[in-house]
Design a protein around this ligand. Structure first.
Ligand code: GLG
Length: 829
């Protein structure tokens, strides 16, 4: 009875001497406890990696404590919850971020130094959790940090890939992909939930059955797989709230195939087992969309089915009427990768919970919201109906029914405009009959978000014009953001200290708008001096890393000019490389005396190319070929260096971004939905050289166009320029550089031919040639500003001062208030 339970609870509590203490001595005890009993090494003999493991487990204990309290409080107060569904989360490392968000960094540093260890050295032992490709994936991770910090009752759901994004190995200038087996020595930041498992079905047939005189569909699966939950506590900064990122791993449903065993087909039973587990094996390494890959579709359905079964179970524990679902649950689709959830929740509500179709549909349309991260229609996901019909026969039926109901509604609204009807249909007829996942997501979501103002305008005017004209109220934009905890406090501690000193508070860490206070100090020479010292310190760290990675020694007096992001033709790394070739060519032909006036540059490029993306791989090779030439040209010396940083990931970004003077964001206007790298550079006082694309348009509004270097065609000019095709004028400098590459000046002329063809006049879809002139002017303007250190430093300070708007805290608050309609729910104990 209650009395017994109360007595048991008091006894349980009395056995624990309250919350874990965070004084250095208690921390030391806990670390050594884990050395002995978790890592199982003698406390008198363990190395840095084992110390890292023990340290991490002691931090994990403190996360779990807060995780329990937070979820106990959520359970008690039953707030409306957000479920953020994303197939990718680029979390990076957890140790530093966790101790900083727990507010016990200093205590840990003290505890470790007394044990003879350095926190930063142990932190370097951790591998990245690289469960994603690029911007979209890191966007999810930054959102989770802000959701926790702002006390929103939220969960993230995704896949626990056995292999994260491939390791990029460069051999002779060529990218090679190596498996990223990040779970090699276990992962202290996750908790396997052996009791949280769900069956996920695939293949099979759908039978019509009669139930009380009514026809019902029953799905008879051909294969079932078990989904097991792995929880990753996400601590907020300056709050006790610690939310959950639940990632699913696939396990064979019947761990042992007795029949195969009895028939001696033992090997096959293991093979089946492995085939099943392979669903959550590997992240698809392509930042572009994937059409028609069965395993990719299996991954998408596997994670949404497990997530929705888990969400519905949790809802039913506290509620017994699905009419309450929209008041208690917000489901967010991070791009179309999780959009099968629409068909899956309809299946659960209609087939399993026996709700009437229309009742279920009305509920479902109140709980979904959608963010698209794509600009161009070609990038929108489509699933061939053949593939879907064989893998998920019941879902195809449901999607056809959703579409036919929608088409009926639409005809009433727009009449028999067949072109428009077929454009808006979820089903695309044609050579490969397919399901348009974006149309499905828009039709079922109450809100459709673009990730920047320009992006949203493009969606309204072009990509989703038909839907915008039908439902203008659904379309809005919530400009992306990045978390200042990871991108300043974790990655740039010296800047963090400087900001708190001159702003006179640490409150900016939870409220980035306070960074505008830096404007009050921009004319203070003392402040500018300290600002320069912080940048130099970070440049020293980056220079050491460059020398270690590439053997190239770089001068700290040079401008560190950085372009780091996935390699993509639209991101125009080739424009950067052509600019460097031009700069080299000018230096070589320059009178020695004039060279004294040249601004020395260290050009740093980094990023992974999707394994099957040949042109992107050729860009990486050309970068190495040009670097080979320039860096070994004694005549040029320190005036120009080019370095390719291999295996660019979150941890490398944390080291590169603080050390950059200038960062480049060169996408052809109208192609980058937002871009988030630019926001991280801005927060670290790095000046931008960019096109007016994506979120850069809003950055200009915040910091003023005289604090960055703009160039290139505006979005409204691009189509017209493309029209011109072969008649397009390109500067001589561009033709000369192209000729140099074509003639083999950097070797491998045959290999680079197809790359050169992509930017040949008349074929230059991303307009590198026609933008080259203004690009060189912007570069010259950057050189001119750099030789005036006080001017440059002011621009750098004003960049950081205007970066507050690009905190993911602002992004999340806007989503919470305008899209998800959820309120903060802070755990009081
Ligand atoms: N794949 C991506 O990175 C996409 O999502 C990111 C996050 O919204 C955007 O910043 C980026 O422009 C877009 O290409």
């Amino acid at each position: 009875g209650f009395g017994e339970r109360k007595a048991k609870a008091e006894r349980m509590f009395s056995l624990m001497d309250g919350f874990l203490k965070n004084d250095p001595f208690s921390l030391q005890k806990d670390i050594l406890h884990h050395v002995e009993y978790t890592v199982a090494r003698s406390r008198f003999n363990f190395d840095d990696y084992e110390a890292y493991q023990a340290l991490s487990h002691s931090v994990r204990d403190r996360l779990i404590e807060r995780w329990h309290d937070t979820h106990t409080y959520f359970k008690r107060t039953k707030p409306k919850r957000l479920y953020f569904l994303s197939l990718e989360f680029l979390m990076g490392r957890s140790l530093s971020n966790s101790v900083i968000n727990l507010g016990i960094q200093d205590q840990y540093a003290e505890a470790l130094s007394q044990l003879g260890f350095e926190f930063d050295v142990l932190a370097e032992q951790e591998g990245d959790a690289a469960l994603g490709n690029g911007g979209l994936a890191r966007f999810s991770a930054c959102q989770m940090d802000s959701l926790a910090t702002l006390d929103y009752p939220a969960w993230g759901y995704g896949l626990r890939y056995e292999y994260g994004l491939f390791r990029q190995i460069i051999v002779d200038g060529f990218q090679h992909e190596q498996p990223d087996y990040w779970l090699n020595f276990g992962n202290p930041w996750e908790i396997e939930r052996i009791h949280v498992t769900y069956e996920v079905k695939f293949y099979g047939t759908v039978e019509d059955v009669d139930r009380n005189g009514e026809k019902h569909e029953v799905w008879i699966p051909g294969e079932t797989v078990e989904a097991v939950a792995y929880d990753n506590p996400i601590p907020g900064y300056g709050t006790r709230n610690t939310i959950n990122l639940r990632l699913w791993a696939a396990k064979p449903s019947n761990h042992f195939d007795l029949e195969a065993y009895n028939t001696g087909d033992y090997i096959n039973s293991i093979v089946n087992r492995q085939r099943t587990e392979s669903i959550s094996n590997v992240l698809y390494p392509d930042d572009r969309s994937h059409q028609g890959k069965e395993m990719r579709l299996k991954q998408q359905y596997f994670f949404v089915s497990a997530s929705l079964q888990d969400i519905i179970r949790r809802f039913k524990e506290a509620h017994n009427n699905f009419d309450e679902l929209p008041e208690k649950v917000a489901l967010h689709l991070n791009d179309t990768h999780p959009s099968l959830s629409i068909a899956e929740i309809m299946r659960i509500l209609v087939d399993e919970e026996q709700l009437d179709w229309n009742k279920a549909w009305n509920i479902v349309c109140k709980i979904f919201s959608f963010t698209t991260h794509t600009v161009v229609a070609e990038g929108l996901e489509k699933i061939p109906t053949d593939l879907l019909g064989s893998l998920l026969p019941r879902h195809l039926q449901i999607l056809y029914k959703i579409n036919s109901n929608f088409m009926e509604e639409l005809k009433k609204r727009i009449g028999l405009d067949y072109n428009r009807l077929s454009r808006m249909s979820i089903v695309e007829e044609g050579a490969v009959k397919s399901i348009r996942m974006a149309n499905l997501s828009i039709i079922c979501s109450h809100t459709v978000n673009g990730v920047s103002k320009l992006h949203s305008d493009t969606l309204k005017m072009r990509t989703f014009k038909d839907f915008y004209e039908l439902w203008p109220e659904k379309f809005q934009y919530t400009t992306n953001g990045v978390t200042q905890r990871r991108w300043i406090v974790v990655s740039n501690p010296s800047l963090c200290a400087l900001l708190s000193k001159w702003l006179g508070t640490e409150a900016w860490i939870r409220n980035a708008d306070l960074l505008t206070g830096l404007r009050d100090h921009v004319d203070n020479t003392g402040f500018r001096h300290e600002w320069k010292m912080v940048k130099r310190l970070n440049k020293m760290r980056l220079a050491e890393y460059i020398e270690t990675m590439s053997g190239v020694k770089v001068s700290l007096d040079a401008m560190f000019d950085v372009q780091v992001k996935r390699i993509h033709e639209y991101k125009r790394q080739l424009l950067n490389i052509f600019g460097i070739i031009h700069r080299y060519d000018c230096l070589k032909n320059m009178d020695k005396n004039d060279r004294t006036k040249v601004v020395p540059r260290v050009c740093i490029i980094g990023g992974k190319a999707a394994p099957g993306y040949e042109i992107a791989k050729k860009i990486i090779k050309l970068c190495h070929a040009v670097a080979e030439k320039i860096n070994n040209d004694a005549d040029i010396g320190d005036l120009l260096k080019l370095v390719f940083i291999p295996d660019y990931n979150v941890s490398v970004a944390e080291m590169v971004i603080p050390g950059a003077d200038l960062s480049q964001h060169l996408s052809t206007a109208g192609h980058e939905a937002s871009g988030t790298g630019s926001m991280k550079f801005l927060m670290n006082g790095c000046l931008l050289l960019a096109t007016a694309d994506g979120s850069t348009v809003e950055i200009i509004e915040e910091i003023g166009s005289d604090n960055l270097f703009l160039f290139g065609a505006k979005v409204q000019e691009v189509a017209e320029l493309r029209e011109k095709g072969g008649a397009l004028k390109v500067p001589l400098q561009f033709a000369r550089v192209l000729r140099m590459v074509r003639d083999g000046y950097f070797g491998d002329k045959d290999y680079f031919k197809s790359l050169c063809d992509t930017v040949e006049v008349g074929n230059d879809f991303y307009l590198l040639g026609s933008d080259f002139g203004s690009y060189l002017e912007a570069q010259a303007a950057a050189d001119k500003a750099f030789v005036e250190p006080e001017k440059w430093t002011k621009m750098s300070i004003l960049s950081a001062a205007g970066s507050g708007r690009f905190s993911s805290d602002r992004t999340i608050r806007e989503y919470a208030e305008r899209t998800w309609k959820i309120d903060p729910c802070q755990c009081p104990f």
